[in-house]
Design a protein around this ligand. Sequence first.
Ligand SMILES: Cc1cc2nc3c(=O)[nH]c(=O)nc-3n(C[C@H](O)[C@H](O)[C@H](O)COP(=O)(O)OP(=O)(O)OC[C@H]3O[C@@H](n4cnc5c(N)ncnc54)[C@H](O)[C@@H]3O)c2cc1C
Length: 488
Amino acid sequence: MITSSQGPNKPLVIFWRNQADSAAYEAARTQRLFNAQSPARYPLAIAFVKTQSEVADTVKLAIEKNCRLSVRAGGHSYASWSVRDEAILVDLRDLSEGPILDNNTGIAHVSPSMTGNDLVSYLSAKGRFFSPGHCPNVGLGGFLLGGGMGWNCNVRGILCPSCSTFKVIARHILSKKKNWGWACEQVVAVDVVTADGSLVRADTQQNADLFWAARGAGPAFPGVVTRFHLQTRPAPKQMRSSGYVYPIKHYMTAFNWALKIPSGLDDGIEIVAIGSYPEGLDEPCITLAILVYGDQEESISEILQRLDESHPKGAVARWFCEETTIQKEFEKKAQAYPTDHRYFVDDAWLKDDIDVAAVLKPAFTKLPTKKSLVLWESMIPCSRRNLPDMAVSMQSDHYVALYAIWEHEVDDTRCHSVINEIMEQVGKQSVGAYLGEVDFRTRKTKFWGDEQRKRIMEIRHKWDPKGRICGCLGLDEMNGFCHPEKKG
Ligand SMILES: Cc1cc2nc3c(=O)[nH]c(=O)nc-3n(C[C@H](O)[C@H](O)[C@H](O)COP(=O)(O)OP(=O)(O)OC[C@H]3O[C@@H](n4cnc5c(N)ncnc54)[C@H](O)[C@@H]3O)c2cc1C
């Protein structure tokens, strides 16, 4: 371990590639990476910062060395974006200020390396809630900057007036507004160390362009966020879950039933279809999992009862109206997405008017390993409303993500190929992808609307003219400009 000379009171813990013990350097390089398929990219150094001023010191160090800067908050980027050749990696693990909840405003001040699980636990003791990523240990930093598809995100907000199908629901929603939208819509401000080492606050009143980018630019964000200020909501009083597991021979019937659900119901309901090999079964199954959130037990039970009455025959397993909590749901997700495994992931926003079940059939039937998964989530009616003015700008009625999950290096090539082959076809039926779960090097598609992409570039040029902050690995114009990067 090398301690830099940042002043006697503020030793910055930093591991230099050419000075640190190689095992210590390697541990620092790969620590907290969720994906066990660790990248062949080698930062110049890894700095473990403890305070905002240490973040600023590290930025100044990068300026002094004329190198780039990358950031790690929770380490859950599937493509391990934080690990970049020749950059100084700012690891925010030890920047653990807060969380602090302001009881008057309901605003929570949190560190980027905090996990969703820790935030939910902290808030639930106070009767409040914020919707984090679906797996417990995803860091808030990367999750929120990418937009954040949290629990119950298929928001019912103000819908597009031209879409008559949803007018009735719209009236209902304006009064009820049960689902929660993109998590970043609840970010009210961010504190940022900019590429010149200054600390600024960005919100709707000051540095509004930076605030706009903080809601969806993802790794293209031109600064290091040191604190998020989040509007929390009252914790939902009730969460109930139903589920139906069908063998793959019932795939079309089951999926087509699921596709009808969102337009027929207008409460806080989240429905997903999961393709997987449930434990003990040798063939893939499709599981339709339904979560309903709300305050009134009767109305929740009524919704699930109505669904139960209409569900197709042939399920090999069923659970109905079970009481649940976010913590219980986190546990299920943690099992489905195990640590110490190798991952390759791709996703897409599908066109609204296609035969979704038919397009996704190869994804549900050709999983590369028994641990792999495919997930479809209905985004109706979130997808039918005008989004707030923010960098998040891609959406459609149908979100799909494919997760190859495996253990041994020998399967790397095969797992990548299976996902690539499926996604090449699925991609043809898509309008873009969610940047939070992609590897930008894999497939050419849209991650933002054209206007928003242009604006992100302008904001990057304004706030980071030298491309100090690494940017998006694999998207040339959103990458840093200091040094060319080796492929890896
Ligand atoms: C098991 C699992 C489950 C997931 N579930 C969901 C889900 O339900 N919904 C969803 O939307 N996404 C989900 N994701 C995707 C996840 O949101 C993204 O991978 C996100 O980038 C992870 O954030 P992180 O801070 O943990 O990752 P990191 O790898 O630490 O960060 C990723 C990148 O974000 C940028 N970044 C992070 N923090 C900062 C900061 N403070 N300042 C500047 N830049 C920063 C950097 O470019 C960094 O390299 C999941 C990922 C995994 C592995």
